[in-house]
Write a protein of this length. Structure first.
Length: 81
């Protein structure tokens, strides 16, 4: 996928969580815009951690292997009484 299109999907305002699908069938769920750093050839995805700013590790993906990006369905949180 073109790096500009990937960056546009991640940095869209307001942010919408997305799933990045790769040619090998794997995927990454992006729940925060700072979870991905996009360069022209590679993207660096934070994995593990608190899901907002501190990640346990990172995955490096070749942008050429991104087949599509789709919205991530949000689950409704149960109300606390």
């Amino acid at each position: 996928m073109d790096a500009a299109k990937l960056a546009e999907a991640i940095k869209r305002y307001p942010f919408t969580p997305v799933r990045i699908l790769l040619s090998d069938g794997s995927h990454y769920d992006i729940t925060h815009p700072n979870q991905v750093f996009v360069t022209r050839r590679w993207s660096y995805v934070g994995v593990g951690g608190n899901g907002e700013s501190i990640y346990e590790d990172n995955a490096v993906i070749d942008n050429l292997h991104v087949t599509r990006i789709e919205p991530l369905r949000r689950t409704k949180k149960a109300k606390k009484s």
